[in-house]
Ligand binder design. Structure first.
Ligand code: ATP
Ligand code: MG
Length: 196
């Protein structure tokens, strides 16, 4: 499961758990992106922070792992590189790429779509507010899967922290503590009175 995980939240975890169970997967490997090319317009937290929050969030589940392949590769993250790296690491295994409906909608626009489909089976999970549209996606390569709806996004979590609102129960407890400890997403301090 690829994502920015800035921060990881219970929507990601429910989706991963549900797909693991329904598809009887041995493991779900969370792969925090390096610099996501789709998010070049905003500051994404340090990869190490996103990696560690993902480790904290998944530590208690024996079927959940976290991979550093994307954060250790230079340059923007492309799914084709992620899957090539995972294929090298797991040459014998069947790979599934779990992604949200919003991200799946972009799959056909990826330039190496044919090779992507050779490397993995894609599972697009439902997400509140995003329609699952099957138009044009090859059925044998892509499965659309409903998962319990959790109207949570990382964007909303970041905005809540910046506004001083709680993110308890939207993200795992350890992630709340990690965010506080490292003062992630805090609003920039107000300028002192009289400053230009
Ligand atoms: P942001 O708001 O910063 O875009 P995000 O909440 O979308 O963050 P990502 O790290 O971008 O989180 O998401 C990784 C993957 O998880 C994406 O494919 C996304 O569609 C999916 N996803 C995120 N939130 C949910 C959710 N609540 N339910 C199902 N899938 C989700
Ligand atoms: Mg997103």
């Amino acid at each position: 499961m690829g994502g920015t995980f800035d921060p990881i939240h219970h929507g990601h975890l429910v989706a991963a758990s549900e797909v693991q169970s329904l598809f009887d997967l041995d493991e779900v490997i969370f792969v925090p992106t390096g610099q996501p090319w789709q998010k070049a317009d905003r500051d994404v937290s340090e990869p190490e922070h996103r990696y560690l929050m993902t480790v904290v969030a998944t530590a208690s589940n024996p079927r959940f792992q976290v991979s550093r392949v994307d954060i250790e590769r230079d340059g923007p993250t492309y799914t084709i590189d992620t899957l090539r790296d995972l294929r090298r690491l797991y040459p014998e295994d069947e790979l599934f790429f779990i992604t949200g409906a919003d991200a799946l909608a972009q799959i056909l626009s990826w330039k190496d779509a044919d090779e992507l489909f050779e490397l993995a089976h894609f599972i697009g999970v439902t997400r509140p507010g995003y329609e699952l549209s099957e138009s044009g996606l090859p059925d044998d390569k892509v499965t659309l899967q409903e998962v319990p709806a959790m109207a949570i996004s990382s964007t909303d979590c970041r905005e809540r922290v910046a506004d001083g609102e709680p993110v308890w129960y939207l993200v795992p407890d350890g992630v709340v503590q990690y965010i506080n400890k490292h003062r992630l997403y805090a609003a920039a301090p107000a300028a002192p009175p009289g400053a230009p």
